[in-house]
Design a protein around this ligand. Structure first.
Ligand code: NAD
Length: 378
């Protein structure tokens, strides 16, 4: 079968679904690989690099989609892209079926088989190598710190120099899931004093192991809502949390917020008053901007200054480190392709008996198979 990789068309998207090193490995699995001209430009992979790895470079999207049995993508396809897709073709990428019912209808009309990498059962340990949500969140958490450092007018690390003593920056991280933990590690490596909070008490040890201090909310309630995700907290907890966050905001130079609750708007954790209480020149990076933001003053997609504080609401953090996120994503998809092609004969087989594959298969030959039944207990 032929695997095809189109250029991503979403405005500002710089990532690409495969990279030259991975092309070679896909070919070793028995596939042929086609890449649309310019597909890797945003991530600094040239057409020549793909050619050298053994891919055929096709001139445009129409040529690419119609020639491909299996299309690898980053963003969910547009309706124009689905129109170009082969009848009965296979698509692998981010799909977000709950948010995209029309897309799901178009894909089933094409009798497509769709593997939505966002639907991977993440708690299966053998699925970790395919977990693109984790690799993407890791890149985002790193980049959030870099954006903060870029907007901040001082060093992160403390220094004693002939020109004077510099105190270390104080960084507060709200939400210590995958992205928050990556941010903690990055900020600690830069030498900042890092504190973090999460509603799930189980993350405290992970925060410490990365060089951060876990700050508890003074209220007995755990936020674990199942599957490693958070739940909406009680009014009483939220009031106690606001009080703690208000005191952290006064003290912190940088706040990075990552708090999300599946299927719900992002919890509002940083109020306008808290922003006002921060020192001038402080920075907030709101990684929940796309889901409504953890800070009341965030403008999604933009960096704004409010009360002397720079509030960064960029929604394209992975794309701002396109080479890294594309490489990790391409590896996640390679691992998935290996699972689909155990015979190494260049034919992908969707085995619905396999828990990981079943979980991410959202349509099969035009029939909706989403949501997958819950995983059997181990
Ligand atoms: P996420 O992006 O949904 O949420 C980010 C963090 O925000 C979470 O840690 C959550 O607890 C926290 N949060 C939510 N509401 C909050 C509030 N009001 N105040 C403070 N913090 C709040 O989560 P994620 O990063 O995708 O990870 C969720 C969990 O899944 C993590 O424990 C992660 O380790 C786990 N996970 C497990 C596997 C695996 O078992 N293989 C793979 C990936 C992720």
């Amino acid at each position: 079968q032929r695997i095809g990789v189109p250029r991503e068309i979403f405005p500002g998207e710089k990532r690409v679904a495969t990279v030259p090193d991975v092309v070679e490995k896909l070919i070793k699995l028995g596939f042929s690989v086609a890449v649309e001209a310019g597909a890797g430009d945003g991530a600094n992979f040239s057409d020549d690099a793909y050619r050298a790895a053994g891919a055929e470079v096709l001139p445009d999207a129409a040529a690419l989609w119609t020639a491909s049995d299996i299309v690898l993508k980053v963003r969910p396809p547009s309706s124009d892209e689905v129109a170009l897709m082969r009848e009965g073709g296979t698509l692998i990428g981010f799909v977000w079926p709950a948010q995209n019912p029309e897309l799901m209808a178009q894909l089933t009309a094409k009798r497509a088989t769709v593997l939505a990498i966002d639907c991977l059962p993440r708690t299966l340990s053998r699925a970790q190598k395919m977990d693109a949500l984790t690799s993407t969140a890791g890149v985002s958490g790193y980049r959030a710190v870099i954006e903060a450092a870029n907007a901040f007018g001082r060093y992160f690390n403390g220094q004693i120099t002939a020109a004077g003593k510099v105190p270390p920056a104080k960084v507060f991280i709200a939400g210590a899931g995958v992205a928050g933990l990556a941010a903690i590690g990055t900020a600690a490596n830069l030498g900042a004093i890092v504190r973090a909070n999460d509603t799930r008490a189980e993350v405290a040890d992970q925060v410490k192991s990365l060089g951060g201090e876990f700050v508890k909310v003074d209220y007995e309630e755990d936020g674990s809502g199942g599957g490693g995700y958070a739940k909406v907290m009680s009014e009483g907890f939220q009031a106690a949390q606001r009080q703690m966050y208000a005191s952290q905001a006064k003290d912190a130079d940088i706040i990075i917020t990552t708090a999300l609750i599946p299927g719900k708007p992002a919890p509002k954790l940083i109020t306008a008053e808290m922003v006002q209480s921060m020192k001038p020149g402080s920075v907030i990076v709101d990684m929940a901007a796309e889901q409504g933001g953890n800070c009341e003053l965030t403008v999604p997609g933009e960096a704004v200054v409010r009360h002397g504080v720079t509030i960064i609401g960029y929604t394209d953090l992975p794309s701002r480190l396109a080479k890294q996120s594309s490489t990790l994503y391409a590896n996640n998809l390679l691992r998935l392709t290996e699972e689909l092609c155990k015979a190494k004969d260049g034919i992908a087989v969707v085995n619905m008996e396999d828990d990981a594959i079943r979980g991410l298969t959202v349509t099969r030959d035009g029939v909706i198979t989403w949501p997958a039944p819950p995983l059997k207990a181990p």
